[in-house]
Design a protein around this ligand. Structure first.
Ligand SMILES: *Cc1c(COP(=O)(O)O)cnc(C)c1O
Length: 374
């Protein structure tokens, strides 16, 4: 049996242990240290972000953004419905109400049309929008940013999956008031767990830093006027991040190459449509995602599992989750259809072309209407 092909497994650059060694030599295991600063600098350099704050997770970064923006009890916060729960949990932490917006067909990400329609018609103006660049592919972010600016709605970009994705020459995460990245175990880069908050507003990042280190007022005895969190990233994990950032462009190139291999082997299969890429954008193709016109994806998933290949249905939209059965939503069936028809498939950057070919052969054997077995 071949080794397991995961959706997206950790892929070290080779320098991680060396930098961790340095951390140990300096004994700055925790809390902070030079690697935290270096990691933040590398994100700023790479993504063109003005200010960055390294924290324990992408979820924590979103939480800090909402807190700094003053979003609280009973405020409405718009969000992509087609996303992972980590995008929106923090709305609940703040006692606010999510309002979910559906995707459009041309990006599979948040529909700027539905967003604009809602903002023109709603009685209660939402305070913010959390837009996700799903599977590493850019949302129509310039248009979305314009609409938010027009209506006075703060924009938070959930770029957890899209580090390295660029829209019109500018990195995802840098269009909004805040952007967040994740370094969880399955993301394009990983620190085993971690996140980054970025913003062009220095005061906001300073405030987020204050909240994420227990909201200590500047007195030696630790005075407290507000409550905070313990969300700061450790120097050990930041050392991993510094080494990972050295290979970000390599990883993006490889993810995109893997996608091209899938397209080469499956592109002529009418049954299959791949997640699109907007004009003027370069996604990072974190996971290759596709929908099947008629085939039962459970059968395909099962067949892949039998040859030790991981695949997974596309994210179940938030408005369909029991947790959010009472939440407002603006939907037109797009994300529901994607969820009903789609899979993401093994896209680890350690994979070779032959691995992808083997996976594609299994997919082809298990779809209907193209000479497959059913
Ligand atoms: C992974 C992820 C998050 C959360 O990031 P963590 O670092 O795991 O907290 C948020 N949103 C999306 C879209 C993600 O994929």
């Amino acid at each position: 049996m071949n080794k397991r092909f995961f959706l997206s497994e950790p892929h070290m650059s080779g320098n991680e242990l060396k930098y961790i060694e340095k951390v140990f030599q300096s004994n700055y295991i925790a809390p902070l240290g030079e690697h935290v600063n270096k990691f933040e600098e590398s994100i700023k350099d790479y993504a063109g972000a003005k200010n960055a704050l390294a924290v324990i997770s992408g979820t924590a970064a979103i939480h800090l953004a909402l807190r700094v923006l003053g979003i609280g009890q009973d405020d409405d916060v718009l969000a992509s419905t087609f996303t992972f729960i980590g995008s929106v949990n923090a709305i609940l932490y703040q006692g606010a109400n999510p309002v979910f917006i559906d995707s459009d067909k041309k990006s599979w990400n948040l529909s700027s049309k539905l967003l604009n329609k809602y903002l023109c018609e709603c009685d209660k103006k939402p305070k913010a929008l959390i837009v996700t660049h799903l599977y590493g592919q850019c949302a129509d972010i310039e248009k979305i940013a314009d609409i938010c600016a027009l209506h006075g709605v703060y924009l938070i970009e959930d770029a957890a999956e899209s580090l390295g994705a660029v829209f019109n020459g500018k990195h995802t995460g840098t269009f909004g008031d805040f952007g967040i990245y994740s370094f969880n175990g399955n993301k394009i880069l990983t620190t085993s767990g971690g996140g980054m908050l970025v913003s062009s507003n220095k005061e906001w990042i300073d405030k987020a830093k204050f909240y994420c280190t227990q909201a200590k007022e500047p007195f030696v005895h630790y005075e407290h006027l507000e409550y905070g969190y313990n969300y700061r990233m450790s120097n050990v994990l930041a050392a991993i991040g510094v080494a990972q950032m050295e290979v970000i462009e390599e990883r993006v190139a490889k993810k995109r190459e893997i996608f091209e291999w899938y397209r080469e082997f499956l592109g002529d299969v009418k049954e299959i449509t791949f997640m699109p890429e907007l004009e003027n954008s370069r996604g990072n193709r974190w996971l290759t995602a596709m929908i099947f016109a008629k085939s039962d994806y459970n059968k395909i998933m099962k067949a892949l599992e039998e040859v030790n290949v991981e695949s997974r249905p596309l994210w179940k939209p938030m408005h369909m989750q029991p947790l959010f059965s009472d939440a407002k939503s603006v939907v037109d069936g797009t994300s529901e259809e994607l969820f009903n028809k789609g899979l993401c498939v093994a896209s680890s950057t350690t994979m070779m072309k032959d691995d992808v070919k083997m996976i594609c052969d299994v997919i082809k054997e298990n779809i209907c209407g193209t000479g497959g077995r059913t």
